[in-house]
Design a protein around this ligand. Structure first.
Ligand code: UD1
Length: 346
């Protein structure tokens, strides 16, 4: 049995990870700051958890204390969402990057050499695309005039032709488009150099769009699945932006938890993995599946858009399958139906 510290273990994903680790007979401690962006009420200590350290990752003494007797760390604590803008910079960088730096320094000092990092597909920015004539291409930033005229698909930067979305693999370039995304890229870089300097093992799990029971309700920082779910609960039609054909990979939180468990086995060095269902779904299909299972109202496709959004992001789940033996067990069609009526957190 190993003793694992889960940072952010009281949150939506962290509590699912904690439950999966306990079910696999690990000893689990949790470090969680109960940040007001994620918790309206003080979190409860999950059943079976040995110790709950209610502290911020930037509190060096608390982190040192929490690492006592620990064999590995699963680092889920972070401010999530896109970041509303520049005023969010200090708190995002503080929680996500300074917090990670304090954790890594304390792990080095305590001789803890194994880390699973919750990263995100937002490190890629726009997904991958292919032009029939020019092969793999990277589209230019989205053009507000084109979007306003309903041209949502990015054109080929060389010939202007329509592109086909392709699978993003872990070697795709990083192109963060939000404050949050920039903090996730920085976390990965910090963890990679820490792994090299300490001869340690890091798995960085690039979560795609995670959903499932216990997801926080609609906030300015929520992902689209929680927003639609909250609208339905309030009797309002989900508002689908663009034309609803934008593709994402919705992955169930229990699969994300299983991926964390599998990632504890990686060898030394820094290993990034897409964590996805492998079954891309359009935002329109997702809205329709939730509305249908909830019993209405039907989604409205609005044609509105957010300039900061990317059009398509589809994951290749192959590296995680080959190296971690991880494949998602919950197909979006099943998971979304269940999520439509599952409880959210307040
Ligand atoms: C989301 C998360 C991101 C996380 C990533 C991977 C947010 C805001 N974004 O990114 O932090 O790392 O998943 O798990 O938490 N949309 C609508 N109607 C709405 C809201 C959104 O149609 O009311 C559309 C958007 O235009 C976009 C898609 O849904 O095309 C996804 O939006 P969202 O979940 O906010 O952002 P992601 O980029 O997928």
């Amino acid at each position: 049995m190993t003793h694992i510290l889960v940072t952010g273990g009281a949150g939506f994903i962290g509590s699912a990870v904690t439950a999966a680790l306990l079910a696999a007979n690990h000893d689990v401690s949790v470090l969680d700051s109960a940040h007001p962006a994620a918790h309206h009420e003080p979190p409860e200590v999950p059943d079976g958890v040995a110790l709950l350290h209610r502290a911020d990752l930037r509190d060096r003494a608390a982190v040192q204390g929490a690492l006592r007797g620990v064999d590995a760390v699963v680092h889920q604590a972070a401010l999530v969402g896109l970041g509303a803008g520049p005023r969010d910079l200090p708190e995002y960088v503080g929680c996500n990057d300074l917090g990670t730096a304090v954790l890594l320094a304390a792990m080095a000092e305590a001789g803890v050499r194994r880390l699973v990092l919750a990263s995100s597909m937002v490190v890629y920015g726009e997904g991958a695309y292919r032009c029939e004539r020019h092969g793999p291409v990277r589209p230019a930033p989205r053009d507000p005039a084109g979007l306003a005229a309903g041209r949502f698909e990015p054109p080929c930067p060389a010939c202007g032709a329509a592109l086909s979305p392709a699978l993003v693999d872990e070697d795709s370039p990083m192109d963060p488009r939000s404050v949050y995304a920039a903090t996730k890229v920085a976390q990965e870089h910090l963890c990679a150099l820490w792994a090299r300097e300490c001869g340690a093992a890091v798995a960085a799990l690039r979560y795609h769009n995670v959903y499932g029971p216990g997801m926080p309700r609609d906030t300015p920082y929520s992902g689209v699945a929680a927003i639609f779910r909250s609208s339905l609960e309030q009797g309002r039609a989900p508002q689908v932006y663009e034309d609803g054909a934008q593709l994402r990979d919705f992955v169930h939180v229990t699969d994300v938890a299983a991926a964390n468990l599998a990632a504890l086995t990686v060898g030394d060095g820094f290993h990034p993995y897409n964590i996805a269902s492998g079954r891309p779904t359009t935002v329109g299909e997702m809205a329709a599946a939730l509305a249908d299972a909830f019993g209405g109202p039907s989604p409205e496709v609005t044609g509105r858009f957010r300039l900061g959004d990317v059009r398509h992001v589809l994951a290749s789940p192959e590296r995680a399958a080959a190296e971690l033996g991880f494949r998602a067990a919950v197909p979006p069609a099943t998971g979304l139906r269940e999520f439509a009526c599952a409880p959210l957190r307040g």
